[in-house]
Design a protein around this ligand. Sequence first.
Ligand SMILES: Nc1ncnc2c1ncn2[C@@H]1O[C@H](COP(=O)(O)OP(=O)(O)O)[C@@H](O)[C@H]1O
Ligand SMILES: CC(C)(COP(=O)(O)O)[C@@H](O)C(=O)NCCC(=O)O
Length: 484
Amino acid sequence: MTQQTGVITIHQMRLHRCEGCLAACRPERRATPSYELPRSLSKCGLLKRARRSPYKTLVARATRTDNMAEPSPPAPPALPTPPDNNAPPMPWFGMDIGGTLTKLVYFEPKENNRRELDKETEVLKNIRRYLTRNSAYGKTGRRDVHLQMENVTIRGRRGCLHFIRFPTSEVGAFLQLARSKGMADLVNTIYATGGGAYKFEDDFKKEVNMRLSKLDELDALIAGVLFVDSMNAQECYYWAPPNEEPVHQHATDTPPYSAEALSVYVRKPFDFSSPYPFMLVNIGSGVSMLVVNGPSDYYRVSGTSLGGGTFLGLCCLLTGCSSFEEAIALAASGDNTTVDKLVRDIYGGDYARFGLPGDLVASSFGQMCSAERRGAVSREDLARATLVTITNNIGSIARLCASNENIQRVVFCGNFLRVNPLSMKLLSYAMSYWSRGALKALFLEHEGYFGAVGCLLHLDSNHRRENVSRHSSPSNIEASRADR
Ligand SMILES: Nc1ncnc2c1ncn2[C@@H]1O[C@H](COP(=O)(O)OP(=O)(O)O)[C@@H](O)[C@H]1O
Ligand SMILES: CC(C)(COP(=O)(O)O)[C@@H](O)C(=O)NCCC(=O)O
C-alpha cells in the first residue's frame, strides 16, 4: 500500500486517498469515524487535543450500508494542522516485543521548516537516513516498505509511518545498534508492549539507558487496529470465490476447501467503518481471541497455544526448514492428504448422517502412524499438513467463540498471516462453510504491526498505564479459563 495524496490526521480524522484506492476505496466513508476513541487513546493529550480541534471535517459521512468499497470523488485539499510545541522530541517510535518478532513503527516527520531543519541534530538526521534509506538492517532486520503509510499527522507533525521488524532473539543486537547510532542519547523513553517489554526492560535500561513505558498488548493491539483501519480504506479485506457463491451451497464436484477451489479465491476490500461487535483473533506465537464491543470495551474470550510459533516450530522439526518464508513456500506446494487421515480413509466416502464429507480431514497427521506412509511423504506435504492443522484448529476455536458470543465478523491478524494467503483462504472457507454463511472472516493489511502502532499513539501521553490491565483481572482470567 502506498498512499499518495490526501492527508491523514489524528486531529481531524480527515482521511486518505491512496494510490491503490483510487479505483476501489471510498475516502469519505472514513471522514467521521463512527467509533468513540479507545480509552487508552482518549487518555493521551494527543486525542484530547483532537477533540478540541477547531478544524471541521470537510467531507460528509458515507451513507452506504453494505460493506463493499467503491470509487468516489477526490477528497478536498487538506487544512494545515497546528504544530504541537509541547510534543516530545524526535525520534518517535512504538515498539511491540513479541514472543517471536519485535515490531518497530517509526514516525518520519516530513515538511520540516528551515528552523526545524537547522535545529535537528546530526544524530537525528543520521537515524532518519539509516531507517528510511534501508530496507534491511543487519542480517535479520527488515522494513516492510509495502506497508509504509504516507501523510499521517501526529501532533501537528506530518509524516510517514515506517514498519520494521526483527526477531526478538536479536534484541541484544538491536540495543547495540541503537547505541552505535546514538539513538540512546536522544530517546530516553520508548512506549513498548508485548511480553518482551517486561522481559527486556532491564536490558534496555542497562545497555542503552532507555526506559520502556509499558502498555498492555491487547489494549495497544485494539487501538492500533482501529487507528490504522481509520487511516487506510484498503486495510480490511476478505477472501471469497470470484462469484461470491456461498461455499456451503457449493454444488460442483470440486470440494470447496480443496487446493483447486481455494486457488481461485480473490481478495476484496471490506468497509470496516462500523466495526462493532467483532471478534479479533491475533495469531502471533500463540493466539488470543478477543470480543470487541467498543474501543475500550473488550474482553479476552479465549486463546490457544497452537499458533504461529507452533506452525514454525513443527515445520522446522519435520522438514528441516529454517525460516517462516521457507515453511510457507513448502506448504504452498504440498498436499496434506498424504499426511492426514480423511473421513473417506475411514468411511470409504462421506459420513453423511452428520454432514461430514469424505474429503474432510478426520484426523490431522493420522496417516503418519504407518511407517510405509512416513517413508513416502514429502517435506512439502508435511509443511502443508502442519499449516492446515494449525489453521483449522484456530478456525474451529474462533468459530465456536464467535457463535457463542453471537458475533458475525471475525477479524484475523498477527504475523502468522504474513505472506500466507493459504491460511487466510482456509480460514475464510472454514468460517463461512461451518457457520452456513453466518460468519465472515476478515483480514488486515498491516497484519502484525498493530500493537506497535498502538504504542506510537501513546507517545505524548503523560499517563503511564498500569501494568495490570483491567481486562486481565483475576476474575476475568478465571472466566477465560472456564470458558475453554
Ligand atoms: N520472518 C518471520 N520470522 C519468524 N516468524 C514469522 C516471520 N514472519 C511471520 N512469522 C510468523 O509470525 C509469528 C509471529 O507473529 P507475531 O504477530 O509477530 O507474534 P509475536 O508477537 O508473538 O512475535 C511466528 O510464530 C510465525 O508463525
Ligand atoms: C501469551 C500471549 C498473549 C503472548 O502473545 P504473542 O507474543 O504470542 O503474540 C499469547 O501467546 C497467547 O495468548 N497464548 C495462548 C495462551 C492460551 O490461551 O492458551
